[in-house]
Design a protein around this ligand. Sequence first.
Ligand code: MOS
Length: 780
Amino acid sequence: MGKSSDQYYEVQEEAVHEIPQPGEPPKPWGRTGVVGKPIPRVDGYERVSGTAVYPSDLVLPNMLYGAILRCPHPHARVKSVDIGKAKGMPGVHAVISGFTQGANPDWVYSSFAKVEFPTKVFDPHCRFEGETVAAVAAETPYQAWDAAQAIRVSYEVLPYLVNELKALEKGAPQVHEKGNLVAEPQKYERGDVARGFAEADKVLEMTFHTACELHTPMELHGCVANWEGDRLTLWESTQGVYAVQSGVAKALDLPLSKVRVIGSYMGGGFGSKLRAGKYSVIAALLARAAARPVKLFLTREETYLATGNRPPSHMKLKAGVKKDGTLTALDFSCVGTGGAYPADGTSLVDWVVRDLYTCPNVRSEMTDVYIHAGPARPMRAPGHPQGAWALEQMLDALAEAIQMDPVELRLKNIPAASQARPGNPPYTSTGLKQCLEEGARVFGWKEAREKLSGQKREGHIRRGVGVAAALWVVGGGGPPSTVVVKLFADGSVNLNMGASDIGTGTKTVMAMVVSEELGIKPDLIQIENADTGTTQYATPSGGSKTVPTESPAVRAAAIEVKRLLLELAAAELKSEPSKLELKGGEITVREDPSASLKITDIKELGKRGVIVGVGYRGPNPEGKVVNPFAAQFCEVEVNMRTGETRILRFLGAHDSGRVLNRLTYDSQVIGGLTMGIGLAMTEERVLDRNHTGKLVNRNWHDYKLPTSLDVPAEMVSVPIDPGDAEANTTGAKGLGEPVTIPTAAAVANAVCHATGIRVTESPMTPVRLCALLAGRKKEG
Ligand code: MOS
C-alpha cells in the first residue's frame, strides 16, 4: 500500500469526535466539520446525467412487457373472462386471470392497511374502477396492451356509490356485505368540552372540506420481475425493499430468502410505495407463466385509478377561546373515506386538533366509510394537512374574534408535553415557539400584517399574509436499523444500508455522517443501499423517519470502524487506542504528534483487506415523545375579479432537530411547500357522481399539480434547531412530512386576510373563489 490516500481525506479541525465506551451510546456532536453543510448530492451526477438505472430504465435480455386489464366500472361482478383471442395474438407469451380454467383464483394480496382484510389479486367482485381483472405479457408494450384489450370480459354492472356523504343513507349501494361503515366511529375525549365552551368568551363553529388528492409520483409504480429457477428478483420503484419482499413472499407463499427486491434508485414516493402493489405480484406471476423476465410499469392513468390517494375529508370544528387567547375547548368531527377497502380514510385527521395546542377540553369523532373508488394509501403526513386546514383556519378566525394577532394567539397555547397521549409524556424538544417567533421575524410578519391590514380595500388586486403551524405525530424514527460500514485497506469506505433514498438525499446525508466520524470525503464513499439480497434490514423510507432512524445507525457503524482501526494502529504504534486520534486519514498519538501512522500503512489492515463495523439504531428515550414542529408564513395576491390567487412568497420555519445537510433540508422544505400549495390551490380528484361513477381527471393535464409557475420564486427555509440531545445520537428529527402540513391552511389564512373571505373548501380554485365573492356581493 505504498500509495497515499491523502486525497480521500479532509482534515477537519473542529470535528474530532470521541469514541464512546463500549456499550455506551456516543455523545451528541458538538461542533461538526461536515454535518450541516450544504453538500450537493453524492449521486447527483448519475441522477442528472441519466446514467443512474431506475427500475423503470431496466432492460433485461429476453424481457417481456406486462399489461393489466382493469375493470372499467366503479362496481361490477365479473361473470366470465375469455382469453382465447388474446392468447393467440402476436408476441403474447402469457395471459393470466383469476377466472380462467387452471388459474389459481386465490392469489391473495394482503397489502392494505388492515392485514386481516386480504383481497384476491383478481377478485371477481370489482369494487372500484381500475380493479385488476387480467394481465398479459408480450414482447412489446404495445402487443401487451393490444392483447389485454382483446380479452373479452362480461360484467354484471352493479349500482355504485361514489359520494361518501351518502354512504350511510338508507338504500345506498353497499360496498361490502357488512355495509358501508368501515368500523365504529373512532372517538377521543379529554376534559369536559361543555364546560370548556361555557368558560369561553368566544365560541365559533365552522365546517371544512378538503378534496381527495391523488398520488402521482414522477416515476410510475411498477417493477421488473425475473425468476432464476424458484428464486424471484424484483427491481421495483419502492420506498421499502424489505416491505415489498415480505408482501410478495406472502402472496406467492415463498420463503423470504427466495425473494430479492432491489430498488437502489427510485423516482419519488410519498406514501404510495411503502408496500408491495398488486402489480408486483402480477409481474412475478406473469414472469413465472412466461418463463421470461417481465417489466410491468403502470400507466399514469392506472396510477391515478389504483395506487392511492389522500382521502377527502368533511370536518366540523367548534372552538372556544378566552379574551386573553387561552383555548378552552375544541370539538371536532370528520367523515372520510379510504375508498373501497379499509385504507385509513380518516387516519390521524384529528391529531393536530388533539395535540398541537394546549387545551384541556377536547373531543373528536371520526367516521370512515366505504365508497366505490380506488383505495387510499398514506400520503405525505396522512391526515395532518386536512386537520390543519380546519384547525389553523379556526385559530385565525378565533384571533380575529378576540382582536388578537394570529401569531400571538398561537404563542399563547404552546404545549410542552403531548396531551393526547396517555400520561402526557413531555417532548424531547419543542421548537414550536421559536418556529413562530423566528419565522415571523424573518418573514417580517408584524410589518406586513399591519401594513396590509391598514390598506384601503379598493382596487381589484388585494394582498394578504397568513400563518399556520403544525406538528407531526411521529418523525422521531426508532429501531430497528442495521448498517454496515467497511473500511478498505486503501482508506476508502463502503456504506451498506437497506434504506431507500426516495429522492430526498438520504444517501448524501448518510455519507456525511460517515464523513463526520472518519474524515473521509463524502463523495468518495461507495454506497450500496435498498437491496434485500445484499444490504441490511431497514424499514420503508416513510413517516419522516429515514434520517432520524438511519443516521444514528450509520454513526454507530462508523464509530465501530474507527474503534477497530485504532485498535490495529495502537498495536503497531505500541500505544493505547484511547490515546490515539484519527484525523485526515492519519492516526496520531495525542500526546506525541511525532508518532503517527497513515491508515494505508497499518500492516494488519493491509493483510485483512477490510475492517467491518456494524451499527444499530438504539432505542428512543423512554416516557418521552419525539415530534417535529413547524410554522409557515405566506403572502398572497388575489384578483377580486377573476378569483385568481398568486402566492408571492413563502417561509417555512421548521424544528426538525439538527440539520444534517442544509441543501437537502431546504430542498425538502421547498418540495413540501409545493405539495401543500397543490392541496390549497389545484389538486382534486373528480368522480363523476351523476352519470358513470368514473374518475374524470386521470392525467397530468386534467389533474393539476402545481408547476414552477404556480409556486413563488421566494421560498425561504428557516431551520430551528432546539439542540435535542435526547431524541437520538444525531439530534435529527423528521422533516419530509411536517413541511407539507400547515401550508394549505397558511394560504387560506392569507387569502382571508386579503379578501375577508374564508375559503373552507379545498382547492381554492378561481371558480370557487369567484362564487364566494359573488355571494358576498349579493349579501351587499
Ligand atoms: Mo410517507 S406518507 O410515510 O411516505
